[in-house]
Design a protein around this ligand. Structure first.
Ligand SMILES: [Zn+2]
Length: 195
């Protein structure tokens, strides 16, 4: 009886499933990095991907100017005579956009995959939106006031954050090369810039 429940054996079919597929965290982080490529920010491209408890993507975002605000007229510089002439007062972070772009009623209990560890302003949004976990790849601003405040808030709110990396190794077989060619180069460049 047991053998009859295994049609592959009955048919003599020995084809096995692929082994070098992307694991879920790698996949969602790669989606975050792909969306970062939409960013027009010349110095920092960050993407975020929100995933529900069924491993379904419910929101994606990248850093950019607010809707309806002409990104040819607003400043993109990191420093200027006045902070008003830098990008900082205007840009919407990837986390904010991912939450606002959600295609579900809410993002309660979801996990956010984000390239850069979230700043304190995004930590507030993440907490208020009810997200339950953060997975990030780079923490290069770890020692800044914003990140220190962010960790304090997230810890108090009981939201764990963990580091993950994405593999850029070539796939074993050409047919399995999801991270291939331009995609791999593109991801390698943005990861190198973030780390
Ligand atoms: Zn932020």
């Amino acid at each position: 009886m047991a053998e009859q429940q295994q049609p592959d054996l009955l048919n003599g079919n020995t084809t096995k499933k692929r082994e070098d597929y992307l694991e879920w965290p790698e996949y969602f982080m790669a989606v975050a990095f792909l969306s970062a490529q939409r960013s027009k920010d010349p110095s920092s491209q960050v993407g975020a991907c929100i995933v529900n408890q069924e491993n379904k993507i419910v929101g994606i975002g990248y850093n950019g100017m607010p809707n309806g605000c002409d990104d040819d007229l607003l400043p993109w510089s990191r420093s200027a005579d006045s902070r008003l002439n830098t990008k900082y007062p205007y840009v919407c972070h990837a986390e904010l956009n991912a939450i606002m772009n959600k295609n579900s009623a809410d993002v309660k209990g979801c996990t956010m995959y984000v390239a850069l560890f979230p700043c304190n302003e995004c930590a507030k949004l993440i907490i208020q939106a009810g997200l339950k976990e953060i997975v990030y790849l780079s923490d290069k601003y770890h020692d800044t006031l914003e990140m220190t405040a962010s960790r304090r808030l997230l810890s108090m709110a009981g939201i764990p954050y963990s580091f993950t990396r994405i593999s850029l190794k070539p796939a074993k077989e050409p047919s399995g090369a999801f991270l291939c060619g331009r995609m791999r180069e593109c991801l390698a460049t943005c990861i190198a810039e973030l780390l």
